[in-house]
Design a protein around this ligand. Sequence first.
Ligand code: SAM
Length: 273
Amino acid sequence: MIDSKKLLKEYGLTANKALGQNFLVDEAALAEIAALAQCEGKSVLEIGPGLGALTDELAKRAKKVVCVEIDAAMCALLEKTLDGAQNVAIINRDILKVKNAELAALLGGSFTVCANLPYYITSDTAMKLIDSDLPVERMVLMMQREAAEHFLAVPKQKCYTAASVIAGRMYEISEALRLPPSSYYPEPTVHSSVLVFKRSGKPYESAYSTLVRTAFAMRRKTLANNLASLYEKALVPAMIERAGLSPSCRAEELASADFELLLRSARAVLSEK
Ligand code: SAM
């Protein structure tokens, strides 16, 4: 096992708080997370490999591991810690600046994502992958419990957001593990969750995401009021009625399938105009 705490000391490095560097040092959890990825013989994207503790586990199982790491010092060390593993490619970039087309080219076909996400970009990174037409089969993502709650939320819960709906349409999401601060070095102040995202098989539709984001834009407004910024206001009541929804409903009351119906109704109303 790659011991990140020991390596930091050995190379005189300190964890960079601003980059969310809380390294996973729980040996059993590392093996369990790599197993959850079910990546035997597959291509894997790892975001933020750090010193390679998880990368090492993934590389033993996967055909290929593409790691995107922002910290040049980590990248330099990774070359050593992974001991020249032939199936690992290290890309020294900010994941949010790597275009999805570049990611697709690097992975070369369908792939799995496995990552201990840096907490300061958890939601942006997860949504970059979820709200896209990338051929992602499965994701195993470690994140703060609070961020995980958004992906596990159901209608009417406070943390039910546009991200919950969009992710819920594309993936079956479950919590596989909970990890205490003591699983990391340095210890964060919060607890973490490991979520498994299993692809639902539904094709990606950017129009669905636009509709959902617009519907949630102003939480206190009704669905009809929010949708008036996307469609001609006079047509919105007919769209809502045709989808079988209440004229006074709010986005937070609707399930992922309701938005599917709403999108179809909106298209039908527009085509009859
Ligand atoms: N995978 C390692 C582990 O589990 O021990 C490290 C995980 S640590 C929570 C997050 C990692 O993401 C760090 O190595 C950090 O440098 C890297 N990181 C932070 N921001 C990033 C970004 N924008 N793009 C790519 N990597 C980033």
